[in-house]
Design a binder for this molecule. Structure first.
Ligand SMILES: [Cu+2]
Length: 117
């Protein structure tokens, strides 16, 4: 009987947390892994008008970043083994190229496409 009550409280707390988390606009969470010299995935699809929380995980051995010029999105340089987060809200639909702005990386293949639907 006592066990049952405790479980009920835990569920209630979890539910309250979920409600609070999604009370505002839902956040679209996207994780991208950067390495020499690729992004995985290199094609991202998000919805227009909703905030995007993009996490860049650098699993390479040198620093990388993530830039979308058209949307003024920039993580800043992320050190190897670290991750960085950038939050933005894409307003217009379309396909936007992203790339790594560390010199030479874009040319080496660190590019991709962000599709906003
Ligand atoms: Cu890079």
């Amino acid at each position: 009987m006592k066990k049952w009550v405790v479980t009920g409280v835990a569920v209630a707390v979890l539910s309250a947390g979920t409600v609070a988390l999604y009370a505002g606009a839902p956040i679209q969470k996207v994780t991208v892994v950067a390495k020499e010299f690729t992004y995985t995935p290199n094609k991202l699809t998000v919805k227009a008008g909703l905030p995007v929380q993009l996490v860049l995980e650098n699993k390479g051995v040198i620093e990388h970043d993530f830039v979308v010029d058209a949307l003024k999105v920039k993580t800043g340089a992320i050190q190897p083994g670290k991750s960085g987060t950038v939050t933005f809200t894409p307003r217009a639909k379309g396909s936007f190229p992203f790339y790594c702005s560390i010199p030479g990386h874009k040319e080496a293949g660190m590019t991709g496409t962000l599709v906003v639907q």
